[in-house]
Design a protein around this ligand. Structure first.
Ligand SMILES: [Zn+2]
Length: 183
């Protein structure tokens, strides 16, 4: 299951996608409690809720990144089909690409948003490791084409947004002459 990234970007999903707020989560818990008659706080149910939360938030970090780049006057294309791994944003004439990763699905190391579920642990460990390896292959393929590649994590956008843009400008060498549209 891949819930994050270009493959899941359908036109209608560019409309408003609400952040899952704590109150929404509470409402989901309440709904669950009332429909089943008892609040199920088992690991399995908590895992299910977390999966659901990740799916609902799919495009939010991507939108946050694009907004950052737009405000900085950086031009980009969204998920160019002809680039390996279809990065979330890229500029082919400037040869840079950025992946925006959800911490859970892409197995962000040492991140509290990326803890392995306590049920079916072996499955999740293998699944998340496979996702990490696939991401690494995508980065390598782009670098072999001469691209500068950066990864932005969901937790960075949520917790340290101000630091993201300066890092990208530096990492992608976007400090000068980079804000012209690509040809
Ligand atoms: Zn993270």
């Amino acid at each position: 299951m891949r819930s994050f990234g270009c493959l899941t970007k359908w036109p209608w999903r560019t409309a408003h996608v609400p952040l899952l707020s704590p109150s929404t989560h509470a409402a989901a818990q309440l709904l669950h409690a009332t429909s089943s008659g008892v609040t199920d706080t088992s690991d399995a149910w908590r895992t299910k809720q977390r999966m659901r939360a990740v799916r609902q938030r799919d495009t939010v970090p991507e939108r946050m990144l694009r907004q950052l780049l737009r405000r900085a006057g950086v031009h980009y294309r969204i998920c160019p089909r002809d680039l390996p791994g279809r990065p979330d944003v890229a500029n082919k004439s400037r040869r840079w690409a950025v992946f925006v990763h959800g911490c859970f699905w892409h197995g962000h190391r040492d991140c509290k948003l990326a803890t392995v579920p306590k049920t079916n642990t072996a499955f999740w460990v293998a699944k998340l490791e496979a996702n990490r390896q696939r991401d690494a292959r995508k980065v390598r393929a782009l670098r072999e084409l001469g691209y500068k590649v950066a990864t932005v994590w969901q937790c960075e956008l949520e917790n340290d947004l101000e630091a993201v843009l300066p890092r990208l400008l530096r990492q992608l060498d976007l400090s000068k002459g980079s804000t012209q549209p690509q040809r």
